[in-house]
Design a protein around this ligand. Structure first.
Ligand SMILES: [Zn+2]
Length: 170
């Protein structure tokens, strides 16, 4: 069992160039200061998947997929967070630090919280796209928010039911 300090993860992200890691899986082409590719996470013919090496993030304007090099690897290789870090550390030539049981436990708890928050964020985003969220989506459009802005900032809609998210999670 291993856990990773923020410093270790920063070092890992710094050593790897996101466009190169993604370029191992899909064809990427330079577009100004960014790179473009056909999104590996949804079917498309014209590229709406952008990679920003300076920020270390990818973003798909088609399906909203978004993340860093670790997120990409988790999704692309269908791996857990620690597995993805192991793969990337090997790629970057870094030793994965071993951790104490306490650290491992804390790490698991944090990871569960992140997963929970991510699940909730996805749920709110979905609410904006279903018929009952139409009123909020129309409102966003009236305020001149583009699809790009809505997906980049991960806007969502909270229905008028305080229990809705909890019910969904049950
Ligand atoms: Zn996509």
């Amino acid at each position: 069992m291993s856990t990773f300090t923020p410093a270790f993860l920063d070092e890992l992200r710094n050593r790897l160039t996101l466009s190169e890691v993604i370029g191992r899986r899909v064809k990427v082409t330079r577009a100004g200061r960014e790179f473009k590719a056909c999104c590996p996470f949804h079917k498309e013919k014209s590229p709406s998947f952008t990679i920003n090496d300076a920020k270390g993030f990818f973003h798909c304007f088609g399906c909203g997929a978004h993340g860093d090099v670790i997120g990409f690897t988790m999704r692309q290789e269908n791996r857990s967070f620690p597995e993805a870090v192991d793969i990337l550390a090997a790629m970057a030539g870094m030793q994965v630090p071993k951790s104490s049981p306490e650290e491992a436990k804390r790490y698991e708890e944090e990871k569960n919280l992140y997963t929970l928050i991510e699940d909730a964020a996805k749920w709110f985003e979905e609410q904006l796209r279903i018929p009952s969220g139409r009123i909020a989506l129309d409102y966003a459009k009236r305020r001149n928010l583009s699809e790009e802005t809505i997906s980049r900032f991960r806007l969502g809609f909270a229905p008028n039911d305080a229990q809705a998210l909890i019910k969904y999670n049950l």
